[in-house]
Write a protein that binds this ligand. Structure first.
Ligand code: SF4
Ligand code: SF4
Length: 311
């Protein structure tokens, strides 16, 4: 779908999470948009990466071919075959994403990740909790994926939220066209901006893209919007950036700029089952953060002109 279509009133959303307290100030509703230019190996929302809606299959919920099997009968492309233990198997290469099978699946083992929503539909959900926002200092956070891949839709959402006097934040990986970022930033109360590593080669290996555009965008953002509240976040990933040298380098870089807060986010593997639902392998394998690692890295952030969250 082109930005021309999205620039009006439609966007592709994969989740709307109410009552979040981790994505900006106060109680917030987080709208997650599909599509991301990066392919971070630890991504906890793999369903966010592709822009188009996708078919997910949760084998545990499948009732089995003997009892059901209705999806096999409706699939026009032979994508649903006989799997082990009477379950079905999904041949991803054959699936044309017509989603005919989803309506026929009584257990929701087959389901769609992502749907097209209008600004009005999203805002109806967001506005439901307005009273909580005003009492807690919360509001709307637009996340992803990378929300700036649907910048026309984001701009329209922000405009509506402002009209309702709702505080607005976006979470961005920073890998975006500067014009789109600047247009959106001008409407925000705050931006949450990821800086994952200053090591260009490692960044490319672990995320699929260089960090040059991200760092450049951050510097332009600080310069162009000196009053904007910027929170930099670094997800701490085992084997990638979980060393004091890595965190020190980021801290020194952002320490050159005024009015920037900083948080470390601990790695988790909560998104791993979703890779299975999408028929994908989890790229980071079974790595874990060593015990005490977050405390060790937090010590790097002294003196405390930075706000740190170590989970
Ligand atoms: S989405 Fe369509 S093509 Fe894909 S498995 Fe379902 S019915 Fe078959
Ligand atoms: S329709 Fe759903 S429950 Fe039935 S066999 Fe297919 S995946 Fe399993």
């Amino acid at each position: 779908m082109s930005d021309a279509n999205l620039a009006g009133q439609n966007g592709i959303v994969f989740n709307i999470q109410r009552y979040s307290v981790h994505d900006g100030a106060g109680i917030r509703t987080v709208v997650f948009l599909k599509g991301c230019p990066l392919r971070c190996r630890w991504c906890s929302n793999p369903e966010s990466q592709e822009r188009a809606p996708e078919l997910a299959y949760n084998k545990k919920k499948c009732l089995g071919r003997t009892l059901c099997g209705s999806c096999q009968a409706v699939c026009p492309h032979g994508a649903l075959t006989d799997g082990e233990n009477d379950k079905i198997a999904c041949r991803r290469a054959h699936c044309q994403r017509c989603f005919s099978c989803v309506a026929d699946c009584p257990s929701t083992a087959l389901h769609i990740l992502g749907k097209t929503m209008t600004v009005a539909e999203v805002m109806k959900v967001v506005a439901t909790d307005s009273a909580f926002y005003f009492r807690s200092g919360g509001g709307l956070t637009i996340s992803g994926g990378e929300p700036l891949m649907q910048s026309g839709f984001v701009t329209a959402l922000l405009r509506e939220a402002k009209r309702h006097r709702i505080d607005v934040t976006i979470e961005t990986c920073g890998y975006a066209d500067w014009a789109a970022l600047a247009e959106v930033a001008g409407q925000l109360n705050r931006i949450i901006f990821d800086i994952k590593s200053l090591d260009a080669a490692k960044h490319r290996f672990y995320t699929g893209a260089s960090n040059a555009l991200i760092l450049d965008n951050f510097m332009k953002l600080r310069e162009t919007f000196p009053g904007l509240d910027i929170l930099i976040r670094t997800p701490v990933i085992p084997g990638f950036n979980d060393s004091p040298d890595e965190i020190h380098a980021i801290r020194d870089f952002i320490g050159r700029f005024a009015r920037v807060r900083y948080e470390l986010l601990p790695y988790h593997r909560l998104g791993q089952p979703k890779y299975t639902f999408l028929g994908r392998d989890y790229p980071l394998g079974d790595r874990l953060l060593p015990e005490g690692k977050m405390a060790e890295l937090s010590a790097v952030l002294q003196p405390p002109q930075f706000t740190t969250t170590t989970g």
